[in-house]
Structure formats: C-alpha cells, structure tokens
Design a protein around this ligand. Structure first.
Ligand code: RIB
Length: 339
C-alpha cells in the first residue's frame, strides 16, 4: 500500500485546519488572507500533495472520466483513435480510461464494470465482442451515456459515419481502372458491421462492372499482421492479380508471405489495404490504401460523448447528433496497371 501525502499532513505543516486547505485548493479562498493562501499553495508544491481523486469526486459528483473500450492496444489504428479521444477530452478537462478487450467478451465485461465502478461519466465502445443489449441495459440503468463506434456492433445507425461502403467501392474502382478482375479479398474472421459495409461496397462496385466476387474469393483470418501472413500461401495459390486486405495490418502480413513465396509486389501481384496507418509509408513498396480519419474519429467520439454527458442525454439509443467524416484513397506503389 502506498503512503501518500495527505491533506492532514499538509494542514498540520501549514498550521491550519483541513477545511481551510480543502477550500483554498478548491478555489474557495475568498475568506482567507493572501499569506495563508500562498503558504498552503507553496506547501502543496513542496510536499507533492495530490488531492485524492475519490474524495474530490464525492464533492464534485463528477470525475470527468470517459471509459474507452477498444479491441486492441497493438493496432496503430486504435492507438491513433485513442489519441484523438485524449486530445479532445483534454480540451474539456476529461480523462480517458482506455481498456483493450482483446476480443474477449469476459474481459470487455470486466472493464465495462470497472469503468462504472470508477465513476466513468460516459463510455466510448469500439470493441467487436460487445453485447449491445447488455451494454444498453447496464449503462442506461446507471444513466451513463455511451457511443458505439467502428467495430462495435451497432444497434442503430453509427453516430459517426466514415463511409465504409464508399471506401470499399473506391478500392474496387481503383483496381478495375488498373485492369484487375482476378481478385482475392483477405478479411478478419466474423467481420464486424463496418467491415461488412466495406466488403459490400467493394463487391457491388465490381458487380456494376459485370464482375461477380464470389464468397470463395474471400479468405478469413485473424485481423492482424500475423493473420495476413498466415493466409498468404492460400491467397497466392488462388493466383489473383490483386488482393484487397480489409485493413493495413493484414496487408503488411501479406507482404511478407508474398515475398517468401518468391513473388514481387506490384509486378506479380497488387495489394491494397485500408486505414493508412503510418507503417503504410514505410513498407516496400509503399502501400496503396484508404485513409481512415482515425484521429478525427476519436476526436468526434469524445466530442459527442462529452456533449451527451453535459446535456444529461443518457443512453445511445436516442437519435442524437451525427458526424460524417471523409475517407480518401491514397495511391502509392503497391498497385500495377495490367492489360
Ligand atoms: O485496423 C483496424 C480496422 O478495424 C480498421 O479498419 C477499423 O475500421 C477497424 O474496424
């Protein structure tokens, strides 16, 4: 157990009461002399006294805390997304508590309950394993507003739209313009709603050009670099001219597998990813991809949840404000024009 400096230690040293210290440090110092105020503040600094969060919370009734559930801490997409939440939260003096569910429903549930126990004022949930009915019931009963975003199964239209269907269609049209019709798609197991939209946009755009992408042209794997690497032999064996990986991590895993199979990107096979994580610029050749505004998604999610917290708009199921964010096709070196 840590032995922190307490308000009593500080009061003793300053020769004043605990109430005096508390009032001065909470800005309610009108009735104290400048000398007392300065003495208490100087001692706070010297002694390293940090007011106890729980005690302050009891007085202010809000910890200005946002619970955040993401699927993974290792995917750069979610690191940037979390940074966006932090940026926006900081402006409004909120603190995010970020947890990764690692696609484990038990872990997610544990962190959901911990967020409530630690007095989160609102929740941002982007994890795919969420049980929406349970989340709605437990958070609504506790009057905690929440937002479901990205991989979270949505019970309604996403409050933050990032044009997944259009993004998939953009990739398809880009490959078609470059002459590719023999395609393999690599996707994560049990694709979440956002990724299903991406796939649908891709398949519909091909269909509009008279090319049907059948189910057996889609290879499912773990949504990670390793997942992409693990299925690279299978993808190559189908002899596609191009592969669409539904996120950049899969594409990067495929890069290694394709190289080990003795093939070159883009001369023998073209690859397109999705997300535009920073790695996309550092692999060779640089990866063509769709830029997802991960930072802005985090900022928008924080903005919306803070609005809901401060307006007392609990629960996510009421139709609230929606934000649409643009995506962009980034053409780099991983697609070759073929006849
Ligand atoms: O890399 C993470 C992927 O999963 C992204 O495409 C994001 O949209 C999420 O669903």
């Amino acid at each position: 157990m840590t032995k922190k400096v307490t308000i009593t230690d500080l009061a003793k040293k300053a020769g004043v009461s605990v109430t005096t210290v508390s009032q001065i440090l909470n800005g309610k110092d009108a009735r104290f002399s400048t000398k007392t105020i300065e003495k208490v503040k100087a001692l706070q600094k010297d002694m390293g006294y940090i007011p106890d969060f729980n005690a302050q919370n009891l007085i202010s009734k809000t910890g200005k805390t946002i619970g955040v559930l993401i699927p993974s801490l290792s995917n750069p997409f979610f690191a940037i997304f979390s940074a966006g939440i932090q940026n926006e939260a900081r402006k409004e003096e909120y603190v995010p508590l970020v947890f990764a569910s690692n696609n484990d429903r038990e872990l997610e549930n544990q962190y959901l309950l911990e967020s409530i126990r630690r007095a989160a004022d609102g929740m941002i949930i982007s994890s795919p394993v969420s049980d929406v009915d349970y989340i709605d019931s437990i958070l609504s009963q506790n009057h905690i507003p929440y937002i479901l975003i990205d991989q979270a199964p949505s019970a309604q239209e996403d409050p933050i739209d990032v044009a997944n269907y259009e993004g998939g269609a953009k990739v398809a049209n880009y490959l078609l313009e470059n002459g590719h019709t023999r395609i393999v798609i690599v996707a994560g197991d049990d694709p979440t709603v956002n990724i299903r939209k991406r796939l649908q946009g891709f398949r519909d755009a091909f269909k509009d050009h008279g090319v049907t992408i059948s189910d057996n042209q889609i290879i499912y794997t773990h949504l990670s670099k390793k997942g992409g690497y693990d299925v690279s032999n299978k993808a190559v064996a189908a002899k596609p001219t191009a592969i669409f990986a539904v996120n950049d991590e899969l594409a990067i895993g495929l890069y290694r597998g394709i190289k080990e199979a003795g093939l070159r990107i883009p001369d023998d096979i073209s690859v397109v990813g999705y997300d535009d994580i920073d790695w996309a610029k550092y692999v060779d050749p640089k990866l063509s991809t769709v830029h997802q505004p991960a930072l802005e998604m985090g900022q928008a999610a924080a903005k919306l949840i803070i609005e809901r917290i401060e307006s007392g708009n609990n629960g996510s199921l009421e139709s609230g404000r929606k934000i649409s964010l643009p995506i962009q096709l980034i053409k780099r070196g991983s697609v070759k024009k073929i006849n």
